[in-house]
Design a protein around this ligand. Sequence first.
Ligand SMILES: Nc1ncnc2c1ncn2[C@@H]1O[C@H](COP(=O)(O)OP(=O)(O)OP(=O)(O)O)[C@@H](O)[C@H]1O
Length: 234
Amino acid sequence: MSNPLQPVLQAQGVGKIFQEGVLQTPVLHDINFSLNPGERLAIVGASGSGKSTLLHLLAGLALPSVGEVFLQGQAFSSLSEAQRSKLRNQHLGFVYQFHYLLAELTALENVMLPLRIARVPAKLAQQKAQDLLAAVGLAGRVAHKPSELSGGERQRVAIARALITEPACILADEPTGNLDSKAAEQVLSLMLNLNEQFNTALLVVTHDLQLAESLGSKIELVDGQIQRGIDAHA
Ligand SMILES: Nc1ncnc2c1ncn2[C@@H]1O[C@H](COP(=O)(O)OP(=O)(O)OP(=O)(O)O)[C@@H](O)[C@H]1O
């Protein structure tokens, strides 16, 4: 659930310098943007431009060297690691290039898992998982294991799993990177539909400029800095 007056995710003056011994590697510099409830944003950039590092910071998996990341108005740096992880689990859903579904579980069980971990009663979790699998067009595949699904279907299960906790925002890292063009198109249009249906903000890191364009808003990272363009969000 989100407060309509507050950005879901906000980066303020974010910089990251990796330090190994005396060696300093500056990777991100003065990143500023915010993502409001239900908004969509692509982050594009060449290999090594800092996209994955930024995604880590936005998820609170690491802290910036300077600046601050806010999730639902809370500054990650003000929280303990356990509190950061609780905040992340509450408000963010993740979709990766590889689906990370558990091979021995059915589609339904995979989608239910985040709720079972959160100790939601099985019956309720099952109902929600069934509804979400129907919403991603897989009502007829609930009993299939990942090996019995196509690449596109597996990614749709992963999207359903990311949505089951009703996150305010989905962070997706090359969500169509492993798919052929037809499956990639289906997964993209599904994500756009779900973004509208559930008002879930959507932030996608990608190399794919066509995918980025279809999100309607993008920022480009060049050597760790936001390249300001006409549709820059910052
Ligand atoms: N732990 C680390 N220590 C030192 N340098 C790092 C570390 N992690 C990343 N880097 C450097 O930071 C830069 C940005 O890396 P990052 O993985 O964020 O790029 P990216 O845009 O996601 O690239 P790709 O598209 O290839 O995944 C790279 O030059 C990388 O070598």
